[in-house]
Design a protein around this ligand. Structure first.
Ligand code: CDP
Ligand code: CDP
Length: 226
């Protein structure tokens, strides 16, 4: 098998997808694509345009015209939409609260999927999100469904936000918001969050980041050498 394969990492909010995806991509010198950041960028645009979240026609049009760019940053990838940097803004409460509604709009998903496949066409890729193994890259050679308990996921995100100075309320409020978002993502009509039939489930509740990275890397290496 070619050394440049496709790796899909899906799972609920704050399971550790982007953290491990980034590191795995670095290890194999693959491209890393954070699809959640793309949906967040569209939600940010909709809020910036003062659109109502049920104005699906206007939001769809924004998505179709949106130019989303990732640029390398010191610690994390920087995200730009139509030339404006939104790296920090897309992690705030307003976007987190509204992104699931935006991501449930079929035309938004069609456009994001098109852009994500264009990125994947460039070579070996690690892509994380909710529907990568089921919809965006159904032929990905490695599919991981990364989970962790809701409490652990909320705790991790709480600590992360505190470190970054992003205000998201109490730990209990954050856990409730994460669970609500998971529920919306899992029950939407188009490309819901669901484990692909051929995905490997990995529970990271009691694993360190390094352990998760090592397990996924071993799966990739085995696939490449087969
Ligand atoms: O980082 P976190 O897990 O909080 O979320 P994210 O990966 O940044 O994704 C934000 C939101 O975008 C999710 O809650 C989904 O509503 C949506 N999303 C999606 O629908 N499909 C994807 N492939 C990725 C994200
Ligand atoms: O992308 P996703 O929303 O799934 O999660 P993330 O943003 O990569 O991770 C949420 C937080 O959990 C980050 O601050 C990670 O450092 C932390 N974490 C982890 O990702 N994996 C572990 N095994 C332990 C902690």
């Amino acid at each position: 098998m070619s050394k440049d394969i496709q790796v899909a990492i899906d799972g609920p909010a704050s399971a550790g997808k982007s953290t491990v995806a980034k590191r795995v991509a670095k290890r194999f010198k693959y491209i890393y694509c954070d699809t959640g950041a793309m949906y967040r960028a569209i939600a940010w645009l909709a809020l910036d345009h003062h659109l109502a979240m049920d104005d699906t026609a206007a939001i769809s049009q924004l998505a179709q015209q949106a130019e989303i760019e990732f640029k390398p940053g010191e610690e994390e990838q920087r995200v730009f939409v139509n030339g404006t940097e939104v790296t920090k803004a897309i992690r705030g409460n307003a976007v987190s609260k509204n992104v699931s509604a935006v991501a449930a709009i079929p035309a938004v998903r069609t456009e994001m999927t098109r852009q994500q496949r264009a990125i994947a066409d460039k070579g070996g890729i690690v892509m994380d999100g909710r529907d990568i193994g089921t919809t965006v890259l159904p032929h990905a050679q490695v599919k991981i469904f990364l989970v962790a308990s809701a409490h652990e996921r909320a705790r991790r995100r709480y600590e992360e936000n505190k470190e970054k100075g992003i205000h998201t309320g109490t730990l209990a409020e954050l856990q409730a918001a994460i669970e609500l978002r998971d529920q919306k993502d899992s029950t939407r009509k188009v490309s819901p969050l669901v484990q692909a039939a051929d995905a490997i489930k990995l529970d990271s509740t009691h694993l360190t980041i390094d352990q998760v990275v090592d397990q996924i890397s071993a799966i990739i290496t085995k696939k490449i050498n087969n």
